[in-house]
Design a protein around this ligand. Structure first.
Ligand code: NAD
Length: 332
């Protein structure tokens, strides 16, 4: 029986990477009935919203989506569709693996870490308002429930994936209430997992340590905003945004997407690296219980990259998005 999956191509370069990932998934032989849905700025004129109800209904019905990036206007305009989806489906855990693949030129060759980012709370929830014209206020709301479930998710993930250590990232020396709550909950939950080592780091020192000794880290559990920033830093360490996938996991569904944005500067040029989206699709297959197909995709991607013959520009090659995807399919 075919799995039903909502497919959101997104905008900018999104449709290019999503088409590549879809083709690769289909080449694994896993049967998927794609429910293709559009979201983003282009929908406003037609439906009065960038996130029409039928898109939400499709994800609710299918429980799983593969999604391309969607542009969010900076400073003004509509609120992020990506954040709205995470909130609507309570996708509280954003899992972002960052791993070095032999063949990509990076400063380090031994990184294999996973950022587990809280996905619904914190400053990133965007609870803010103007105070008159010359001041603005943003509220950093963090709850015990939010902290508990993300910390537990990080430890359960570590156990399930054979990981050795969880590091909690915070700024509890300054934000003693909000980040203090996060840290104290992380410490409590760590006691339930004696087989997993636990430590914590202030976010600024964490950034310094990550760029000097990334090999020291395994699973990082972070409040929303630090997770957002630290995961892009880690993407830089492993060769750039083109290589890092993500899974948004919640109680009511799961959405898989590359961590990069819509890359408008290269949209339509067929040079965007589809690896992040292809690896996101691999995470999706693992989530669906298709572990063999998921592993085969990762192995094929790794083989194409280490061979070095068919690489996109960001990896130092000249291949198009489609040529890279075809090379992955050939390996499969
Ligand atoms: P971006 O990630 O789109 O691009 C940053 C830079 O990295 C650009 O130079 C781009 O060309 C390059 N890049 C990104 N992905 C690449 C890939 N796969 N291969 C090769 N190069 C790649 O970030 P941005 O320009 O700050 O954001 C553009 C838009 O995307 C914004 O509207 C932002 O809000 C949105 N965004 C959406 C998501 C999402 O849908 N989940 C995530 C992040 C940003």
């Amino acid at each position: 029986m075919a799995y039903k999956v909502t497919l959101i191509p997104g905008d900018g370069s999104g449709p290019e990477v999503v088409a590549a990932a879809k083709k690769v998934v289909e080449a694994t032989g896993v049967s998927i009935d794609w429910d293709e849905m559009e979201a983003g700025a282009a929908m406003i004129e037609k439906y009065g919203t960038p996130l029409p109800d039928h898109v939400i209904d499709s994800i609710r019905k299918n429980g799983v989506a593969l999604k391309g990036p969607i542009t969010t206007p900076v400073g003004t305009g509509f609120r992020s569709v990506n954040v709205a989806l995470r909130k609507t489906f309570d996708l509280y855990a954003n899992v972002r693996p960052a791993k070095t693949y032999p063949g990509v030129i990076t400063k380090f060759d031994n990184i294999d870490l996973v950022i587990v980012r809280e996905n619904t709370e914190d400053l990133y929830a965007g609870i803010e308002h103007m105070i008159g014209e010359d001041a603005a206020e943003s509220i950093k709301l963090i709850t015990r429930k939010g902290c508990e479930r993300i910390c537990r998710y990080a430890f359960e993930y570590a156990v399930r994936e054979g990981r050795k250590k969880v590091t909690a990232v915070h700024k509890a020396n300054i934000m003693k209430c909000t980040d203090g709550l996060f840290l104290s909950v992380a410490r409590e939950i760590a006691k339930e997992y004696p087989q997993i080592a636990f430590d914590d780091s202030i976010v600024d020192a964490m950034c310094m340590r990550l760029v000097m000794h990334p090999e020291d880290y395994d699973v990082l559990v972070c409040p929303n905003l630090y997770g957002d920033i630290v995961s892009d830093l880690c993407a830089g360490l492993v060769g750039g945004l083109g290589l890092t996938p993500s899974a948004n996991i919640g109680v009511d569904g799961a959405i898989f997407e590359p961590i990069h944005g819509s890359a408008p500067d290269i949209a339509g040029q067929h040079k965007i690296n589809p690896t992040a989206c292809i690896l996101s699709a691999s995470l999706m297959l693992a989530h669906l219980g298709e572990a063999k197909a998921a592993a085969a995709i990762e192995k094929a991607v790794s083989a194409v990259i280490s061979e070095g013959k068919t690489l996109t520009q960001d990896m130092g090659g000249t291949a198009s998005t489609e040529e890279f995807a075809d090379a992955v399919i050939a390996k499969l």
